[in-house]
Design a protein. Structure first.
Length: 142
């Protein structure tokens, strides 16, 4: 295959890596394509099968050697758990909610479905503690 095709393939893979969220996979295949393209430009023009094998070998070796350090370097500040948990926050009941019944509650300016998991009915405008969230339903207690 022509040297310029390998270089273009490498650049395309670099651009695709830049457009995807940091998985760092395509980057190494781009490195492999660039390496084969530069090898071909340098005069080591070998059969396509050997170019393909070299592409795969360089890509996989680079992936195994450098992916983990790159992830550690660029994702060290990323949160490990849930970014935003509303469990433990306070919601306001928008209507009366009987024990075990579902009504509505306001949290952060939005109306949510809310189920009363407490032992007493919740009166309208009562502040409630969020015990857990199941989909779009808050499980609240007065």
């Amino acid at each position: 295959m022509a040297w310029w095709i390998w270089l273009v393939l490498g650049l395309v893979l670099f651009v695709l890596e830049a457009m995807t969220p940091g998985g760092f996979y395509l980057l190494f295949f781009g490195v492999g394509a660039i390496a084969v393209g530069l090898m071909t430009v340098a005069g080591m023009d070998v059969a396509f099968i050997w170019q393909g094998l070299l592409f795969v070998a360089v890509s996989v070796i680079a992936l195994l050697l450098f992916r983990k350090p790159l992830l550690a370097r660029f994702q060290h500040g990323m949160p490990k758990g849930k970014v935003d948990s509303i469990v433990g926050e306070t919601a306001k009941a928008l209507d009366e909610i009987a024990v075990g019944a579902i009504g509505t509650a306001e949290l952060r300016g939005a109306a949510w479905s809310a189920q009363n998991v407490g032992d007493v009915p919740i009166a309208r405008s009562t502040r409630c503690r969020i015990e857990r969230v199941d989909g779009l339903t808050l499980h609240i207690r007065a």
